[in-house]
Design a protein around this ligand. Sequence first.
Ligand SMILES: Cc1cc2nc3c(=O)[nH]c(=O)nc-3n(C[C@H](O)[C@H](O)[C@H](O)COP(=O)(O)O)c2cc1C
Length: 193
Amino acid sequence: MSFRSDTYNEVLLTLRSGDLVNSAPVGVLYRRGKLYARIYSGSKTYESIKSGVNKCSVCITLDPFLFYYAVLEKDKLRYVFDEYTDYPCIVDCDTCIYGELEVLEEKQYYLWIAIKPERIKFYRRLPRVYHRCDYALIEALIYYTKIPYVEHLREKYIEKIMSCRETIYRSTRSKRYREAIDKILSLIRSYNI
Ligand SMILES: Cc1cc2nc3c(=O)[nH]c(=O)nc-3n(C[C@H](O)[C@H](O)[C@H](O)COP(=O)(O)O)c2cc1C
């Protein structure tokens, strides 16, 4: 695995609570065989972990649209169930790590969790190429999801998202990327989040 221990690795954390499956982008640190993350309050992921969910799937992908769907269009995510763990993994992700989730510390605004991998499944072997628009879309999603927590930085973050939009419009003619970044901006404006 290419996880770095000195850098947050952006993944999609998938939790199942009964019949309900939910995924959310999360940054994880890899240290001595385990993955560590902060899960901020106010999300479904936070609530599921607080309610006692202690198994998870860590879906690894470079596809920014899987991140985009996990934040803005969850119904577009499709899942495949692992034959051994019976745990869900997002269809089209490259690799899935199934593991046990433990809450190490409960702070005022977040949970500090550890994930102990139990099984890894590789779904993709074809190498991928880096595109600036992938990076720009994920950066825009990060600012979008942070705005509710840092209202005083709202204007600054909107500017950052505008700059991501510029990168996307410069680096791709793809309608899909352009529509995604425009939706992020229009949601910020219309819902006043
Ligand atoms: C790339 C990326 C990384 C993120 N990292 C984290 C994180 O480490 N911890 C966290 O609590 N939220 C993180 N977020 C924000 C959550 O993914 C976001 O609030 C999401 O909508 C929560 O979904 P949920 O309500 O279904 O759990 C991140 C968002 C993005 C786009």
